[in-house]
Design a protein around this ligand. Structure first.
Ligand SMILES: [Zn+2]
Ligand SMILES: [Zn+2]
Length: 434
């Protein structure tokens, strides 16, 4: 029979691997054991196995494995979505029959709500169009954001869709379409996270986080109650004074006793408690991106800019926010309340850009730090959040007639933007495979 220790080790191992895989690339973990483990597992180990396979089978196993890996990660199909759906459903199948009779009325009311909401937001995140840019939607999406002349420059066409790329959009190579304000392609929802379903994605993370924490804590309460029927002074916290007379092995034996209440429910409780920090971590990361007024895709662009700044390759100069626009390459009007006042370019040789037709006015000056650059898409946390939660919200309501540079609230927004620009690249490059 499978012991509690084996179940715990397997669940712990899966959670740890998931953490390393998804978070190991974050700059915050650079030069830490987490990033070294990520490189070991995802770069050095595969290279080592490939070299062995080259010698033994001339690389046949590797090519089949990498084909399967590429199929899972880079082709559009619902395998991971089905896995996620089954993980939720099977966990609830094992958990609920044992736990439900012990729930109080409050939990019998809130429990079903907590269970249903992740399914609802999973459905909405999957089946709401993320903001596909087609000839019929192009005008609408062009009017969402102005080009910031920093991350997004006008007059760039998508070679596949053959349409002018709206600011903040990106072509998804998995879905083979351009998506408005593309955050990333998410294998869990088998779709892109873009301007039109970003809020459902965040709500999916939030409700899944609540479900795992809520279910985990309730399960823990039931298991502890079961242990206490035999050891009345027992506490979940191993360092508690009531456990002081127990050795570690006695502590784990008492757990085993408690899980006899229901092994399935106990395993799901552990799974929920171990995966919950991952979900909350991911949600925190996405809220952080909202706070910085950026997306996963843009945070990688900011991080690239910082590397080029370190090499002295980036220059900026001023831009007149009220300049006449060429309607053939950029929208004359957008719903966004601010216009760019800077042009940022990178050069190959570290010398100021040359050429008469470059946008902007005045002298080019080198830029060394992200904090010296404005993020046009950061209006402050609450407006950034409003932009995510209410796709297409018109931030220019009521002040259309005023010159752009004098609109109400602009100075406040500007100071917040410049203050936070330095941080927006800090959370760059979470695995875009999530
Ligand atoms: Zn495209
Ligand atoms: Zn996609």
């Amino acid at each position: 029979m499978v012991s509690l220790r084996d179940i715990a080790l397997v669940i712990l191992g899966i959670s740890f691997m998931t953490f390393i895989t998804f978070f190991g690339r974050l700059p915050i973990f650079r030069n830490t054991p987490i990033s070294y483990l990520h490189r070991l597992i995802w770069i050095h180990l595969p290279n080592f196995l490939t070299s062995i396979d080259q010698r033994l089978t001339s690389g046949r196993i590797t090519s089949n494995t990498s084909r399967a890996y590429n199929f899972i990660m880079y082709d559009r199909h619902p395998t991971v979505l089905i896995f996620f759906f089954l993980l939720l459903s099977v966990s609830e199948y094992f958990y609920l029959p044992a736990a439900w009779p012990h729930f109080t009325l409050v939990h019998q009311i809130f429990g079903p709500i907590a269970i249903v909401l992740p399914y609802l937001f999973l459905y909405l995140a999957c089946f709401t169009d993320p903001g596909t840019i087609t000839p019929s939607t192009h005008v609408y999406f062009m009017a969402q954001y102005p080009y910031d002349y920093t991350l997004f420059h006008p007059a760039i066409y998508c070679s596949t869709c053959r349409l002018l790329k709206p600011a903040r959009s990106k072509h998804c190579s998995i879905c083979k379409r351009c998506v408005s304000k593309l955050d990333h392609h998410c294998v869990f929802i088998n779709s892109c996270v873009g301007s039109q379903n970003h809020h459902y994605f965040l709500l999916l993370l939030l409700t899944t986080g609540i479900l795992t924490l809520y279910g985990g804590c309730l399960g823990l309460g039931l298991v502890s109650a079961s242990v206490r029927t035999r050891y009345p002074l027992w506490s979940v916290w191993p360092f508690s004074s009531s456990n002081s007379s127990q050795s570690w092995s006695q502590y784990f034996i008492s757990w085993q006793y408690g899980l006899q209440f229901s092994v399935g429910m106990g395993a799901v409780t552990m799974l929920a408690l171990l995966t919950s920090p991952l979900v909350w971590g991911l949600l925190t990361y996405h809220i952080w991106l909202v706070y910085c007024g950026t997306t996963t895709n843009e945070s990688m662009k900011w991080a690239d800019y910082q590397l080029d700044m370190d090499d002295g390759l980036v220059f900026k100069r001023k831009m007149n926010p009220n300049r006449p626009k060429n309607p053939r390459i950029e929208p004359v009007w957008t719903r966004w309340p601010v216009e760019p006042e800077q042009v940022l370019v990178r050069t190959e040789d570290g010398k100021p850009p040359r050429g008469e037709n470059l946008p902007g006015v005045g002298e080019w000056e080198p830029v060394w730090k992200l904090r010296d650059v404005e993020n046009l898409y950061d209006l402050g946390f609450w407006d950034n959040l409003l932009d995510v939660l209410w796709p297409g919200y018109d931030f220019r309501q009521g002040d259309d007639e005023m010159p752009v540079s004098e609109t109400r609230g602009r100075s406040k927004r500007r100071s917040r933007r410049s203050r936070k620009a330095k941080t927006s690249g800090a959370g760059a490059s979470i695995a875009s495979t999530l």
